[in-house]
Design a protein around this ligand. Structure first.
Ligand SMILES: Nc1ncnc2c1ncn2[C@@H]1O[C@H](COP(=O)(O)OP(=O)(O)O)[C@@H](O)[C@H]1O
Ligand SMILES: [Mg+2]
Length: 255
């Protein structure tokens, strides 16, 4: 049976007098890989931050795991929701293993359990633990640092993972490698819900089992990648798909 894990009910968000999100309702089932596709300023980050309580709705309800966030301790919420952003923010004076161990340490795990967790997670994200555990962040490439960011967010095994354009600053090849890796990680870790914000249409279509197309604080379409491609529901959606088709035409021309 499917279980609803994230639900927005008529959520509105204003910053002073500016309405960023007029009225947002959607629901996500446990185990889904949702991608949120929208141009800059469309309200993606604001929506994501309302899931882990970093932003509060001006009105409406955000329900995570059957609990209304209004009634939750936000520190507690953060423990159950992993968060990966573009600027990874690893602690420069800590080793990779120590970076991954930050939250488990706060939670008072035994050193043995922490060490094992770091080894498992490094291997999960494709970094050899013997080679990387004792390095410092500056000794890793951007893509490798981003892998550590994913490992760190997974350290306490949260049921929900939020990603805010985590691969945007990486070169095309590294980026594609990490997309493939992340998709495999999601497949392997059963029942984890991923909510991944991006402005890259190919990334959104490749990763998501459903794509939320956002424009000006509204959901214009929330459907499978093939539905979004074959039946774009808005002029903005059509325009996005048009950019891909134009690229394809260019490729054909250059052949
Ligand atoms: N803390 C804030 N104060 C005022 N305006 C904000 C704040 N955060 C975001 N905004 C505005 O809200 C809109 C949506 O922002 P955001 O959710 O970051 O969009 P996206 O992530 O899709 O680029 C933008 O116009 C942005 O300027
Ligand atoms: Mg953003």
């Amino acid at each position: 049976m499917t279980k609803e894990i994230i639900k927005f009910e008529h959520v509105a968000k204003k910053y002073s007098k500016n309405t960023i999100i007029p009225d947002l309702s959607f629901s996500i089932d446990e185990g889904e890989f949702i991608t949120v596709l929208g141009s800059s300023g469309s309200g993606k980050t604001t929506t994501l931050k309302m899931i882990n309580g970093l932003e509060k709705p001006t009105s409406g309800e955000v329900i995570v795991n059957n609990q209304n966030l209004k009634n939750c301790n936000i520190v507690e919420v953060h423990r159950h929701i992993g968060y990966v952003v573009q600027s990874i923010g690893l602690f420069p004076h800590m080793t990779i293993a120590q970076n991954i161990a930050v939250t488990p340490k706060l939670l008072g795990w035994s050193q043995e359990k922490i060490d094992q967790r770091a080894i498992d997670l490094l291997n999960l994200v494709g970094l050899n633990d013997e080679e990387y555990s004792n390095r410092y962040p500056a000794q890793l490439s951007g893509g490798q640092q981003q892998r550590v960011g994913v490992a760190r967010a997974l350290s306490t095994n949260p049921p929900i993972m939020l990603f805010d354009e985590p691969f945007s600053a990486l070169d095309a090849i590294t980026r594609q490698n990490l997309q493939k890796k992340l998709k495999r990680i999601h497949e392997r870790l059963q029942d984890k819900t991923f909510f991944f914000v991006t402005h890259d249409i190919n990334e959104a279509l490749f990763l998501g089992n459903r794509v939320m197309v956002m424009n000006q604080g509204r959901i214009e379409q929330f459907a499978t990648p093939s539905e979004v491609v074959n039946h774009p529901a808005s002029s903005y959606g059509k325009e996005l798909i048009g950019t891909v088709r134009e690229n394809q035409a260019l490729w054909e021309e250059l052949k």
